[in-house]
Design a protein around this ligand. Sequence first.
Ligand code: GLN
Length: 289
Amino acid sequence: MTADFPGTAYACLRFMEAGFRDISGDCAILDAEILLSHTLGWPRMRVYAEREFILPKRECVALYEAYLRRRCGEPVAYILGVQEFWSLEFEVSPETLIPRADTETLVEVSLKVLAPERNPKILDVGTGTGCILLSLLHERTDAYGVGADVNASAVALAERNADRLGVADRTTFVQSDWFDELVVPDDGFDLITSNPPYIPAPDIAGLMPDVREYEPMSALEGGSDGLDAYRIITKQALAYLKAGGYLAVEVGIGQSGDVIALFEAAGFKNVAVNADLAGLERVIIGKKS
Ligand code: GLN
């Protein structure tokens, strides 16, 4: 079954890289390294130091199966069941979006505005794996958080991630269509975050096949212009924030102008945009006066 796999781990790495080129593009070698290191329980770079290492039979079979799944287009994170985000490991499932490095910008911006607050209360809507909220709670050990998601299996997954990261005692997850099932805490939240679905419906067909065919459409598609979720969130968030609290959201490429306008129309002040590491405008933040 693994007949076309070469013997050494290093040769398998190169074989997989070649096989992934048309699916993973520039990430072909990275995907191959991640699958190999996960299969062997090795640090990612060890294969380069031990080029003569022969893959044991069991690992060889497991790696070959992972290779075939990736060749069919399945994202590496779904094959492994985990994805790193903010240097933490999150369980993922096909019910939720795979956390993206871009979204770390939202975590950074959030930490900055929370810096002066003691025991901040954070709400994350459309929480998915919980990666945004749980990274914030992991950093800010005095914070308390609520995460909402419309999908019951996302809620269960986020709860498992809270356990895994040791922050479950400071977290509540609620199944809720945006704010529908949420109660306003007495003094309001200090911060509301969201990385909502924002791909315009007509652009879905042009997404990479591994995104389009494997990640949940409900986590990707944001209506005809991609802005549906921002309309709901900017309108409803104010009621859940304390005076001086913030709303911070991730936006897609080219959406910052429209989303700033929605923040301002809803009454947010000091609306600002932050770029990600690639220099793209990624996060919009506004303050409740
Ligand atoms: N908040 C989650 C994340 O950033 C899910 C986002 C989504 O499903 N659009 O990964």
